[in-house]
Design a protein around this ligand. Structure first.
Ligand SMILES: [Zn+2]
Length: 220
């Protein structure tokens, strides 16, 4: 569903299965953020096509982090449509060293695709728009959050959710680092729409601010 101009949000709502929320930023360079699990990809394709978009037009698949429920389907976009997969350089390193273990733990094969691009924090140019990437460790060492100031949208991956924060007890997690990452995000101006990696979106600057305030309780 379209949630702001050029921003499409695909929340995953099944209670019986785990998958992430997916997001598309439309424009000359179309970006899919967090494609989710491979076996759930056909469901996402149906939703994308219902919005008049085509998965074949996606050129960049940006993984907020390397957990399988966020990135597993990335290789489908690479192999079928020639899309480039990307994550932060720190997260790529973590995936190569320890993060790869998440796949066998979940009974999944390690992805065959490749990371065509490693992203650094800072501006991400998408032709007609520039997003800002924030390195946000804590849930994983190299998690990325995306802020698009013009649209007042913040895409937070598994760093912060509605009334909750990302787990820091997985391999690579760090509770203190998570607190710092969330404090940095809370200080961003221009966030009317918060799109987390799981669960509902938060719409309205007041509600976003209240949510940042509410989750501080996790770090006391
Ligand atoms: Zn995660």
């Amino acid at each position: 569903m379209q949630i702001a101009p050029s921003v499409y949000f695909y929340p995953f709502t099944s209670f019986s299965e785990n998958n992430c929320n997916s997001i598309i930023i439309d424009g000359p360079e179309k970006v899919l953020i967090d494609p989710g699990h491979k076996h759930l990809w056909p469901q996402l394709v149906r939703q994308i096509e219902a919005d008049g978009l085509s998965p074949a037009d996606i050129s960049l698949v940006l993984h907020t982090h390397c957990h399988p429920d966020h990135m597993e389907a990335g290789e489908i976009l690479e192999f079928e449509y020639g899309a480039t997969q990307a994550m932060s350089g720190i997260e790529a390193e973590f995936l190569n060293e320890f993060g790869r273990d998440f796949f066998p733990w979940m009974g999944l094969d390690y992805p065959q695709g490749s990371l065509g691009r490693q992203l650094e924090p800072g501006p991400l140019n998408l032709g007609d728009k520039t997003l800002e990437l924030y390195l946000s460790p804590g849930h994983t060492p190299g998690s990325l959050c995306l802020h698009w100031p013009e649209a007042k949208v913040l895409i937070s991956g598994d760093v912060i959710f509605a009334h909750s924060v990302g787990r820091s007890d997985f391999k690579g997690g760090d509770h203190q680092a998570l607190a710092g990452s969330i404090a940095r995000l809370a200080a961003l101006p221009d966030v009317d729409i918060l799109l987390p990696g799981h669960g509902p979106s938060i719409i309205g600057a007041d509600k976003v601010a209240a949510n940042f305030q509410a989750v501080k309780a996790y770090f006391r």
